[in-house]
Ligand binder design. Structure first.
Ligand SMILES: [Mn+2]
Length: 382
C-alpha cells in the first residue's frame, strides 16, 4: 500500500520543483540545496580553528610529533598546525606532515638580545621568537598555541571558547602568564604591532614570554576569563614546588608542560620494561614527573617511532635496533673476553619511583636496548 502510494509521487529534481513553485519558494529551497555556513556549525568551527606548535630543531620536532599525536589521540576536532624552522631535517618535516594538517616553514627570528639570553642561561630561547609568526596564520580565526614540550592528557577543545590572550599563570611569577599554552586570534595587524613592540622594548627575559607579557600587559588584572586554569599548563616544576596542591588537584590535569632544561627527549626508554631511563644531564637537574615522563615516552614509542622509521628508511633504522648488540659482540670478539658485567639494573616499582621523585631523589640511570635505539634515532635526527 505504502509502496504503491510512493510510486505515484513523481521524483522531481530541483529545477522541476522550482518550476512548480511560486517565486517565493526559491527562498525555501535554495538554502536546502546550498546550506549557508553558520558561524556556530561544527564544520566551520573545525576548519577555521587550529592548535599551533613550533619546532626549531629536530629534538623539538620530536616533541611536536608527540604533542600532535596526543591531540589526535584525544580526538580533537580542530586543525593541527606546526611552524617549522629552517634547521629541521626533511624526514622530520615528512613525519610532521603525516601528523599535522599543515606544516609551515618559518625563518628563525632571533631576539638578538644576547645579554638577556645569557643571563637566563637559556641561549636556545632566542629562537622561540619565531613563535610570533603564529599571528600570521590568518586562515584561522582562532588558535591555541602549545609548546612542543607540552603533552595533552585529555581533549582540550574547550580552550577555543576563550578569547585572545588567554593563558595560565606562570608558576614562577603568577602575575605573568606562561607562554607555553595560549589562546590567540591570528591577525597581520597584531603581528606587526608585536614586531614593532619587540624592536622598541626588547624582552625582559630575552624570550617570547617576556615580550608577550609586556604586550598583553592587562592579562593579570583586566579579565579573569582570560586566566586559564592551571591544569591547562601544569609544569613539573610547579608540581615539585607545591606537592600538596598537586596531590589535591593534579588528577584534573589536562596539559602537562615539561618546563626546564631537561626535556623528555633527553631521556631514554626501556621498551621491554616500560621504564624511562637516564638522560645526559645530572639527575638533580631533572624535575620531570615520572608518570608524565612515562606517558610521553609511551606515546613516542608507539605513535612516533614507527613514523620516524618509515621516514628515515625502515632498513637503516631496523638495523639500528641491533647495532648496539652487534657492537658489543664485536667488542667481546676483539678483546677475547666478555665485557665487564654492568651492575644489574635496580628494579624500582612505579610507586617507589614516585615516592623517590616526591622526596627529590630523581634517579634515572641505566642503559638498555631501547636507549640504544633512541641514540640511533638521535644520530639520524642530528
Ligand atoms: Mn616550553
Amino acid at each position: 500500500m505504502t509502496r504503491k502510494m510512493w510510486g505515484l509521487i513523481p521524483v522531481l529534481d530541483c529545477s522541476q520543483l522550482l518550476k512548480l513553485c511560486p517565486s517565493q519558494c526559491k527562498l525555501s529551497i535554495l538554502p536546502i540545496t546550498t546550506p549557508a555556513p553558520r558561524a556556530d556549525s561544527p564544520q566551520r568551527t573545525m576548519s577555521d580553528q587550529a592548535f599551533v606548535t613550533l619546532a626549531t630543531t629536530d629534538s623539538y620536532a620530536k616533541g611536536a610529533m608527540v604533542l600532535g599525536q596526543s591531540l589526535r589521540k584525544h580526538n580533537t576536532t580542530r586543525k593541527l598546525v606546526v611552524l617549522v624552522g629552517p634547521h629541521v631535517a626533511e624526514p622530520c618535516r615528512e613525519v610532521l606532515g603525516s601528523i599535522f594538517d599543515e606544516v609551515c616553514s618559518v625563518d628563525v627570528m632571533d631576539s638578538g638580545d644576547a645579554v638577556h639570553l645569557a643571563l637566563m642561561k637559556r641561549p636556545d630561547l632566542g629562537v622561540t621568537f619565531t613563535k610570533l609568526h603564529c599571528w600570521t596564520l590568518t586562515q584561522y580565526s582562532k588558535c591555541v598555541f602549545m609548546d612542543a614540550d607540552t603533552l595533552v592528557l585529555s581533549n582540550v577543545d574547550e580552550l577555543f571558547e576563550r578569547e585572545e590572550l588567554s593563558a595560565a599563570p606562570d608558576p614562577g611569577w603568577p602575575d605573568c602568564f606562561n607562554s607555553g599554552v595560549f589562546v590567540f586570534s591570528p591577525s597581520k595587524e597584531t603581528h606587526e604591532k608585536l614586531l614593532t613592540f619587540c624592536g622598541e622594548n626588547g624582552s625582559f627575559d630575552g624570550g617570547d614570554q617576556g615580550v608577550l607579557n609586556s604586550f598583553f600587559n592587562t592579562w593579570a588584572t583586566a579579565d579573569i576569563s582570560k586566566h586559564l586554569p592551571f591544569i591547562y599548563n601544569l609544569s613539573s616544576i610547579a608540581i615539585y614546588s607545591y606537592l600538596p596542591a598537586f596531590k589535591q588537584y593534579g588528577h584534573n590535569a589536562k596539559v602537562v608542560h615539561f618546563l626546564g632544561k631537561v626535556k623528555p627527549w633527553n631521556h631514554s626508554y626501556d621498551i621491554q620494561k616500560g621504564e624511562v631511563r637516564g638522560h645526559s644531564q645530572p639527575p638533580e637537574l631533572c624535575q620531570l614527573h615520572p608518570d608524565y615522563l612515562l606517558l610521553w615516552w609511551q606515546l613516542y614509542a608507539k605513535s612516533v617511532v614507527p613514523l620516524l622509521q618509515r621516514a628515515y628508511g625502515e632498513t637503516s633504522l631496523s638495523s639500528g635496533f641491533f647495532d648496539a648488540n652487534e657492537n658489543q659482540d664485536k667488542h667481546e670478539d676483539v678483546s677475547g673476553q666478555a665485557a665487564p658485567l654492568a651492575p644489574p639494573p635496580q628494579k624500582v616499582s612505579s610507586e617507589e619511583r614516585k615516592q623517590r621523585w616526591e622526596a627529590g631523589q630523581i634517579d634515572y640511570l641505566g642503559d638498555d636496548s631501547f636507549a640504544n635505539i633512541a641514540r640511533k634515532l638521535d644520530s639520524f635526527l642530528k
